[in-house]
Write a new protein. Structure first.
Length: 132
């Protein structure tokens, strides 16, 4: 995947990522209400809406990160952190900027999942540069 000038190219980048990582996009799925990836070998991303936008592209890469990263046995906050870092790394590889607003939204989500884990009795510490 390459990107010299991302303006007007997000859909093209998304389609290339879907082909490269062999992702099946399922829009009419009955599972969950929000965008999510299935890490069961089916390589499905459900409820993702393709749009010519940065946010849609980052969301797709984040969900692919769940599939591509080895997340078995990880805590939820570790899964989210790993998938987000995977997306950031791919964006840097293709020359897309990491927008502060998007990164901060994902950091807040990772922190929320971490705090939820602590409230539920999580004892293990995690390493993540994305936790606030």
């Amino acid at each position: 995947i390459s990107c010299v000038n991302p303006l007007g190219k997000y859909t093209e980048i998304q389609n290339e990522a879907i082909r490269k990582y062999e992702i099946v996009v399922v829009n009419g799925s009955k599972c969950w209400k929000r965008t999510h990836a299935h890490c069961d070998g089916s390589r499905r991303v459900c409820k993702w809406k393709q749009a010519e936008s940065y946010a849609s592209t980052f969301t797709l890469f984040h969900e692919i990160g769940h599939i591509e990263a080895n997340i078995k046995g990880m805590l939820r906050c570790e899964e989210e952190s790993t998938a987000t870092q995977w997306a950031i790394d791919r964006f840097r590889e293709i020359g897309l900027p990491i927008k502060r607003r998007t990164l901060n939204a994902y950091k807040r989500y990772i922190t929320m999942t971490f705090n939820r884990g602590v409230r539920r009795g999580m004892k293990r510490r995690i390493k993540s540069t994305l936790l606030n």
